[in-house]
Design a protein around this ligand. Sequence first.
Ligand SMILES: Cc1cc2nc3c(=O)[nH]c(=O)nc-3n(C[C@H](O)[C@H](O)[C@H](O)COP(=O)(O)O)c2cc1C
Length: 547
Amino acid sequence: MLSNLKRRGMRSLLLFPSSLLLRPSTFSSAADSAVSIPPPNILRRPLPLLPAPPFSGLKRGPASPIAASSPSSSFRRLSSSASSMADQDVSYLSQSEAAEVDEILMGPLGFSVDQLMELAGLSVATAIGEVYKSSEYSRILAICGPGNNGGDGLVAARHLHHFGYQPFICYPKRTPKTLYNGLVTQLESLSIPFLSINDLPQHLAENFDLIVDAMFGFSFNGQPRPPFDDLIQRLVSLRHDNYVSKRSPPIVSIDIPSGWHVEEGDITGEGLKPDMLVSLTAPKLCAKKFVGPYHFLGGRFVPPSISSKYKLCLPKYPGTSMCVRIGKPPSVDIASLRENYISPELLEDQVAPDPVDQFFKWFDEAVAAGLREPNAMTLSTSDREGKPSSRVVLLKGADKHGFVWYTNYESRKAHELSENPHASLLFYWNQLNRQVRVEGTVEKVSREESEQYFHSRPRGSQIGAIVSKQSTVVIGRHVLHDAYKELEERYADGTAIPLPEFWGGYRLKPTRFEFWQGQPSRLHDRLQYSLRIVDGNELWHIERLSP
Ligand SMILES: Cc1cc2nc3c(=O)[nH]c(=O)nc-3n(C[C@H](O)[C@H](O)[C@H](O)COP(=O)(O)O)c2cc1C
């Protein structure tokens, strides 16, 4: 059956399965898209050089040093992970208590050192996986010391390999014990490279995306000896050397940042400043001095007898997770967040004469770059008094006639559109440093078109659309769930669910487009297309706008 859309030559949107498949959504789903008409050559066309994803100051660097002194820092700060446990709520162990806990675990409580090491290494690997995605932080160097902390690092590296990372090991002082030999064999069998001190590349920052510091744990006392003193120094200077350019790979310390005093922390103030600390069993006293953005607790095995003996207050681990975030959530001075965009140039003679063609060129590139929901767009409307409002909706099709989305015809946006049909759409493709603005007038799509789209949606989404009196006040979630259940039962026999009168599509017919490509030093490219009537014909006129 030829769809109406297809007859009109309209391009509906088929996205990467990964961008939609895994996430339940009220508005869209894989099935939503799966029935759409595949766009031609969405992935087959050769792509122009796509820029590397820009560094995120939030992810890569430590909290901005200007945060504390900036005049705006008290004005408004961004922080995340509000659910993490605050520092003051968590118990800390002294060095001797930590040693006692280990003795109890491995004595009366029947744990073996291998087991604890496995659990520790797995916790570290999962904490890394929570924050540093393998797509961005693939190459991991684990620097392992001769003791248990080094063993934790070896185990973590093995798990990281299975999580899709590419670990490298620097293990200069091997411990000739069965446990450690076994770990080395396991890692070698996975072809994980072992690098000697001499093999270590001079520029660690260029060769590794993340460094695991597994040199010394809580039983260490005194001054680190060669070669570890030097290795620690390399990690310290790595941060200094690369701080300005923000290219320093994050450092993840296991339980104790190497070189720190187990209770006093970084006594000289010139030691390691890890970005992530994964405390094991319970944080040690030095962890109070940790100021990096990510403090996690791992070692989900502490039995109640130990918790009560040491009056431990430890956070609950979520679900089946092997790690839990504790400590202060990172805070960042909003004003200090900035990117220097590096992108291909956007030149007048390279863009398509028709803005819809140009839109699809960029849209295809956004899809090919693996962006999540590249069809999400901000729709801005305004009421009859000109008061604006914006929200995100999903583009469900586009062609020369316009850009289509679906919604509730009694929602706020619908009311505003009935009062004022002028609206704008905004696509922001962050990782590509691109923004597209589309302005025009909006009208409803035909009932036939809405019917067709409605029935292409999963039945759950169809029922959800009926249940939601969008933008009206509901007294509780249960109202929606009860109504949903009732309809689900009513249509359990598989009969077609009728399209409600109050639901359907809108089409924005564009009169202006702007394509924005971020460039260094804020000299961004902006090309505007405006619709002009020349000799009775509609023509798109392209102009460059000042950034
Ligand atoms: C990623 C994303 C996609 C959305 N897609 C739609 C959509 O396609 N249609 C829709 O009606 N609402 C969608 N929403 C919800 C809207 O943003 C908004 O909450 C809702 O439409 C009510 O808006 P209104 O009160 O201004 O009418 C989406 C929200 C998000 C975050």
